[in-house]
Design a protein around this ligand. Structure first.
Ligand code: 0O2
Ligand code: 0O2
Length: 268
């Protein structure tokens, strides 16, 4: 008899910790105003399927822990196929530090018969609970948004048809998997354009958030007139809508950030 609630605790914690670690990498890229190869991260809700698989195979707790790699899992979604390999490198840099890579499955180069594409990394992850240290197996799935779109839909159909998808639907799914793959290839050809645009957007949004923070800091120390002056200047810049003046707008925002940084430093 397996006490699932207790058994799953280290796995659930592993998912939470891995999600935080990967999201932190993404947030760090954004704070540095750099393009992030990580778009978003989700935890996999595989509990019902794990319980069913373990029951079908008649596994004991020890056997599940040793043989089932996907009790704990996260998914990392990337915008472009190239990003997947950057994420793999980021994970490999952690190998032997806070996780241990066991093996990898490249379902991008070797797509599954269903049409499924993703990159899987099976890791060992040390997790500390009130019971002490456990080392658990976890699966990290890395895929593009297009691969995720396809896998999500195929997964629902698989669930509906209990893995016996009618041939006609299976064929359509295979075709749409190829269409998703072509979409990824097309997107790769405009990757640099998209990355530039997103970096510009991140730089601007970081400047805006710095300006707001600095103005609030000045207000908190009673420098209301100065704060008002910069609030007004910031509003005037934001009201520039002419595309030809984008360069001027960016430079003015940079100047405001720099001036405010000096003023705030003087106050602290
Ligand atoms: P942020 O910082 O905006 O990414 P959770 O416990 O909520 O972190 P869970 O339950 O495993 O994770 O997955 P959930 O809630 O479905 O999604 C996790 C994060 O991925 C959420 O953001 C979602 O907004 C984001 N997300 C889900 N689907 C998409 C999508 O199709 N596109 C994009 N861009 N993001 C998506 P966070 O972590 O709350 O905040
Ligand atoms: P869920 O609900 O997403 O967790 P096995 O784990 O033994 O069934 P295998 O081939 O040893 O299969 O492991 P693999 O290939 O690493 O697959 C495990 C997970 O990858 C699956 O978990 C899915 O999340 C995903 N996956 C693999 N193949 C497909 C596919 O054809 N379509 C979709 N949509 N996802 C796939 P679960 O537990 O099956 O599902």
């Amino acid at each position: 008899m397996i006490y699932w609630r207790d058994f799953l605790i280290p796995y659930e914690q592993t998912v939470e910790e891995l999600k935080i670690k990967i999201k932190s990498l993404r947030d760090e890229f954004r704070k540095r105003s750099e393009y992030s190869p990580i778009e978003f991260v989700t935890g996999r809700e595989a509990v019902p399927s794990i319980i069913e698989k373990a029951r079908n195979l008649g596994y004991s707790e020890d056997e599940i822990a040793m043989r089932m790699e996907d009790v704990a899992g996260i998914r990392i979604m990337c915008q472009f196929e190239d990003d997947i390999y950057k994420v793999i490198e980021l994970i490999k840099e952690r190998d032997g530090i806070d996780l241990e890579i066991q093996y990898e499955k490249n379902y991008i180069e070797n797509k599954k018969d269903s049409g499924y594409r993703s990159y899987h990394m099976i890791i060992k992850y040390p997790v500390i609970t009130v019971e002490g240290l456990s080392v658990v197996l976890a699966e990290i799935q890395i895929r593009t948004l297009a691969m995720n779109f396809w896998a999500t839909i195929e997964h629902s159909l698989n669930y509906k048809y209990k893995s016996n998808i009618p041939e006609i639907i299976a064929e359509k799914l295979k075709k749409s998997a190829e269409a998703a793959y072509q979409l990824d290839q097309e997107m790769l050809s405009i990757r640099d354009e998209v990355v530039d645009a997103q970096e510009l957007f991140t730089i601007k949004s970081n400047m805006v958030s710095k300006i707001i923070t600095y103005i609030n800091m000045l207000e908190n120390v009673g420098e209301n007139e100065t704060a008002f002056y910069y609030r007004k200047r910031f509003e005037d810049v934001e009201n520039i809508v002419d595309e030809k003046n984008e360069g001027l707008k960016e430079q003015t925002l940079k100047n405001i950030v720099e001036e405010l940084r000096v003023l705030v430093d003087e106050q602290m």
